[in-house]
Design a protein around this ligand. Structure first.
Ligand code: S3P
Length: 163
C-alpha cells in the first residue's frame, strides 16, 4: 500500500508528505526529485530538451518501479497521463487530493520558475487547474479542501491509520 499525495502545483504535497512520512515512520519519495536524480537533469531542462510528453513517461516509469510502502509526493500534472491515473488509482493505495482554493494556490506559485508557469497568465493557469480537477477527482479516494497544513497532516494520518 502506498500513500500518494496529488494536487495542483503549490498545494503543499512535498512539505506535507515529508511530515506525514516522518509521523508514520515511512520513507518519503518526491517523484519530481526522483526524475531529476535518475535523468541527472532538472525538471526545467527535461521540459526544454525533451518536452512534457517525455516527462510524463518518466513519471510513469517511476510509478511503475517504485511500489514500496511509502509516502509519495507526485508532480501536479501526473494525472494528465491516463496510464499514470490507472497506476495511482489501484484500490490498495491511499490517494489524497490536497485541494486549496485557487487564490491560495496562485499566491504560492506566482513567483515560481516551474516550466508550465512560464509565459502563462493567471487566467491560463486557472484554466489548467480547472481542466485537471476532474482528473484529481478520478484518482483520489480522499479529498482535503482548503485547510491549514497541520489539519491536513492530521487528516492524512487518520485516513492512513484507518486503512
Ligand atoms: C508540473 C508540476 C510540477 C512538476 C513539473 C510539472 C505540472 O510538480 O512535476 O513542473 O504539470 O503541474 P509540483 O506540483 O510539485 O510543482
Amino acid at each position: 500500500m502506498s500513500l500518494y499525495l496529488i494536487g495542483f502545483m503549490g498545494c503543499g504535497k512535498s512539505s506535507i508528505g515529508k511530515e506525514v512520512a516522518k509521523k508514520l515512520g515511512l520513507s518519503f519519495h518526491d517523484i519530481d526529485e526522483i526524475v531529476e536524480q535518475e535523468s541527472r537533469k532538472t525538471i526545467e531542462q527535461i521540459f526544454e530538451k525533451w518536452g512534457e510528453y517525455r516527462f510524463r513517461l518518466m513519471e510513469t516509469e517511476i510509478l511503475t518501479n517504485w511500489r514500496d510502502e511509502a509516502v509519495y509526493a507526485t508532480g501536479g500534472g501526473i494525472v494528465v497521463s491516463a496510464v499514470n491515473r490507472e497506476i495511482i488509482k489501484d484500490p490498495s493505495n491511499v490517494v489524497v487530493w490536497i485541494d486549496p482554493t485557487w487564490d491560495v494556490l496562485y499566491k504560492r506559485i506566482q513567483q515560481s520558475t516551474r516550466p508550465l508557469l512560464i509565459d502563462r497568465s493567471e487566467a491560463d493557469l486557472k484554466k489548467l487547474w480547472e481542466a485537471r480537477e476532474p482528473l484529481y477527482k478520478e484518482c483520489a479516494n480522499h479529498i482535503i479542501k482548503d485547510a491549514k497544513p497541520e489539519f491536513i497532516i492530521d487528516q492524512i494520518l487518520k485516513i492512513y491509520k484507518k486503512k
